[in-house]
Design a protein around this ligand. Structure first.
Ligand code: AMP
Length: 333
């Protein structure tokens, strides 16, 4: 595996790779979810390239850029073991030289709502790095996680609008056995916060279960998901570690209040435009963001409308991939 630090090194290393070439951009601090993207790329492409770059441009002021977990030695070892041929891991000044002044902005409905509203400038930072990385790597297929659904929609829009010669493949969200979507930021959670974190996905499942009935509206789905957040979850594995999701424990003199999920948004949107919808259709996504202490969690679940006469209730065993399931890739190059 070649580790390239500069644009010139990366272009030289990538030149001879067998095509089609799959590309997996990451910010490092790898978890199994990242490796599933590499696996999906390996199953569809003759070679795989990846990047490790904690992109300062996509962090807002006051966000966790400095604290973001970094472990390049481990990341490179995992990528090598996963079969990546070339990793582009530049320093920030290679990507953003002195005087850098270019803005890449995906406008329209994607720019004003949900993640874009919560994190102004975030998607401009994502868009500029994606354009730069695609230009350096020139892959045939770009693999992105469905976990970051609005990012996926922004990048699809960008690729389509600029006629970038790459196919975009979304890879299903990889989850911990209790349903929590894997994220590098999960490492910020205290054991007590970690115990309540799966409540966000449980809420999405509760919404999806309601959506499976014919004629149900988005409002009813959101109400069901919100109710789930407000009701106690299953008992935590470690005795006494967590309180019900909705009720911060009475803080007594002995300790801090129990953590709880503080909902930022919960909505049914169109997966391409992120416009809220009332009628549920094949492109409907239930999206949510919540704070758990100072950590922000996001998650989403596709709401497939039921086939006529066949309501489908997602169950934890069938609704999401965990460690033991096989990866399923969507879209084709
Ligand atoms: P990040 O390192 O957080 O920028 O993520 C790099 C890529 O991995 C992005 O395309 C993410 O959407 C994707 N990703 C992150 N977490 C997961 C997950 N749990 N399952 C699948 N893909 C993920």
């Amino acid at each position: 595996m070649i580790v390239a630090r500069t644009v010139t090194e990366a272009r030289a290393a990538l030149r001879g790779l067998a095509r089609p070439l799959g590309f997996v951009p990451t910010m490092g601090a790898l978890h199994v979810g990242h490796l599933k993207l590499v696996e999906a790329a390996g199953s569809r492409c003759a070679s795989v390239a990846a990047s490790v770059f904690v992109n300062p441009a996509q962090f807002g002021r006051g966000e966790d850029f400095a604290a973001y977990p970094r472990d390049e030695v481990r990341d490179l070892r995992l990528m090598k073991e996963a079969g990546v041929a070339v990793v582009y891991a530049p320093e920030a000044d290679e990507v953003y030289p002195d005087g850098f002044a270019t803005v890449v902005h995906v406008g329209g409905t994607l720019a004003g709502s949900f993640e874009a509203a919560a994190r102004p400038e975030h998607f401009d930072g994502v868009a500029v790095i994606v354009v730069k990385l695609l230009d350096v790597v020139q892959p045939d297929v770009l693999f992105l996680g469905e976990k970051d659904a609005q990012q996926l929609a922004v990048v699809r829009r960008l690729v389509r609008d600029l006629d970038l010669p790459v196919a975009v493949a979304g890879v299903p969200t990889w989850r911990e056995p209790d349903g929590l979507a894997m994220s590098s930021r999960n490492s910020y959670l205290t054991p007590e916060q970690r115990a309540v974190a799966p409540g966000l996905f449980r809420a999405l499942l509760a919404g999806a279960a309601v959506a499976a009935s014919p004629g149900v509206t988005a409002t009813e789905v959101v109400v069901a998901a919100t109710r789930s957040l407000q009701s106690p979850g299953p008992a935590p594995a470690s005795a006494g570690a967590a309180q019900p999701d909705d009720e911060p424990a009475e803080s007594d003199a002995a300790g801090p209040p129990a953590p709880h999920l503080d909902l930022e948004y919960l909505a049914v949107v169109d997966a391409d435009t992120f416009v809220s919808v009332e009628d549920i259709g094949p492109r409907s996504l239930l999206v949510a963001a919540a704070r758990l202490g100072s950590t922000r969690l996001i998650d989403n679940l596709a709401l497939a409308p039921p086939a006529a006469g066949e309501p489908h209730i997602p169950s934890p065993s069938s609704a999401y991939p965990t460690k033991d399931a096989t990866v399923r890739t969507k879209g084709s190059p």
